[in-house]
Write a protein that binds this ligand. Structure first.
Ligand code: GLU
Length: 286
C-alpha cells in the first residue's frame, strides 16, 4: 500500500484561528494514525493580502500546537513557472475576459431584469460570458494593449472533454461515498489573471498532485470547490485524491470563523493562557 500523504494548506493573510487548528490537527493526527506523511503548504499567491509576518505566525502557532511537518515547506509564490506551464496545457479551453467586477455586476443586473441570474455556491453571480464571444483577434488586440484580463475556463467545453466526474468522500471512519461533481454550478471559473498566472483552483490541483497528496482533508466550506478541482485533475490526467470535508467551527452567531476576529485567533488564546491541550478540547478533538 502507498504511504498516505496529508497536507494543511493555509494562506498567510491573517492569524490562524480555531477552525485552522481543527483542520491542521485532523490532518496531523490522521497522518500519525496511518503511518502517513504530513505536509505544510503556504498558499501565498494573493500578494495583495499575504504578509511575511502571518507566515511566521503560522509556523509558531502550529509548533505551539505540537505539530511538526516535513521540510522544505512548499510556498506557492515559488511555483509560478509551474502554474504557467500548466495553463499552456489547457489551450483551447481558456479565454480572456476583460470585465471588471463592477462591469460584471452591471451585466448581471441587466439580465436580472428578465429572470433571476444563477449564483455560484459561494453566492457570487456566474460570469455572464460576454467576453466568450469576442473574436480571437479582438482578444489578442486588447491583451496586447495592456488591458487587465482574467483567463477563464470554458466550463462547457471542459466538461465535453472530461465527461461526468465523481470523487470519493471519506468520513475518515472507514466509510466512503461517491459524490457526483457539479462543476457547472461555478460557471467559467477564473484560472489566472494578467498579473498572476494562477488561481486558488489551479494551484491547489497542481500542488496536491506534485506533492503526491493522497488525502485532501479540509473544511466543509470547500466541498463544492472540489468539483472544479476534479475537472482540472481530469483535464491534466492527474490522479484524484480521496477527500474528507470536515465540520466547521462556528461562532456564537452560527457563522464561519473569520481571520479578522481576534477572539478566536490561536495567538490571542495563547496570550490569554490557553494551552495546546485546551485548543484540542475547544475544537472537540479531546
Ligand atoms: N488555502 C486554503 C484556505 O486557507 C485552503 C486550501 C485547501 O485546503 O484546499 O482556506
Amino acid at each position: 500500500m502507498t504511504t498516505p500523504v496529508f497536507r494543511f494548506a493555509p494562506s498567510p493573510n491573517g492569524y490562524l484561528h480555531l477552525g485552522h487548528a481543527l483542520s491542521a490537527l485532523i490532518n496531523f493526527d490522521m497522518a500519525r494514525a496511518t503511518g502517513g506523511r504530513f505536509l505544510l503548504r503556504i498558499e501565498d499567491i494573493d500578494v495583495a493580502r499575504c504578509r511575511p509576518h502571518y507566515e511566521q505566525a503560522i509556523y509558531q502557532d502550529l509548533t505551539w500546537l505540537g505539530i511538526t511537518w516535513e521540510e522544505p515547506v512548499r510556498r506557492q509564490s515559488a511555483q509560478l513557472d509551474g502554474y504557467r506551464a500548466a495553463l499552456t496545457r489547457l489551450d483551447g479551453l481558456l479565454y480572456a475576459s476583460f470585465e471588471t467586477r463592477g462591469e460584471i455586476a452591471r451585466l448581471v443586473a441587466d439580465r436580472e431584469r428578465q429572470a433571476p441570474w444563477p449564483r455560484d455556491p459561494d453566492g457570487a453571480p456566474l460570469y455572464p460570458g460576454d467576453s466568450r464571444s469576442l473574436s480571437a483577434a479582438e482578444r489578442l488586440r486588447r491583451m496586447e494593449a495592456g488591458e487587465p484580463y482574467a483567463l477563464r475556463l470554458d466550463m462547457a467545453a471542459a466538461l465535453a472533454r472530461t465527461g461526468a466526474l465523481t470523487w470519493i468522500e471519506s468520513d475518515c471512519g472507514g466509510k466512503t461515498t461517491s459524490v457526483a461533481a457539479r462543476p457547472q454550478m461555478w460557471g467559467d471559473v477564473v484560472l489566472a489573471r494578467k498579473e498572476t498566472p494562477t488561481s486558488y483552483h489551479l494551484s491547489v490541483v497542481i500542488d496536491d498532485a506534485e506533492q503526491g497528496v493522497t488525502h485532501v482533508v479540509r473544511g466543509q466550506d470547500l466541498f463544492a470547490a472540489t468539483a472544479v478541482h476534479r475537472v482540472l485533475q481530469a483535464l491534466f490526467a492527474l490522479p484524484a485524491p480521496i477527500y474528507h470535508h470536515h465540520r466547521l467551527i462556528l461562532d456564537a452567531d452560527g457563522q464561519k470563523l473569520s481571520k479578522s476576529t481576534q477572539a478566536t485567533a490561536l495567538r490571542a488564546l495563547r496570550e490569554n493562557g490557553a494551552t495546546s491541550a485546551d485548543i484540542r478540547r475547544m475544537v472537540g478533538l479531546a
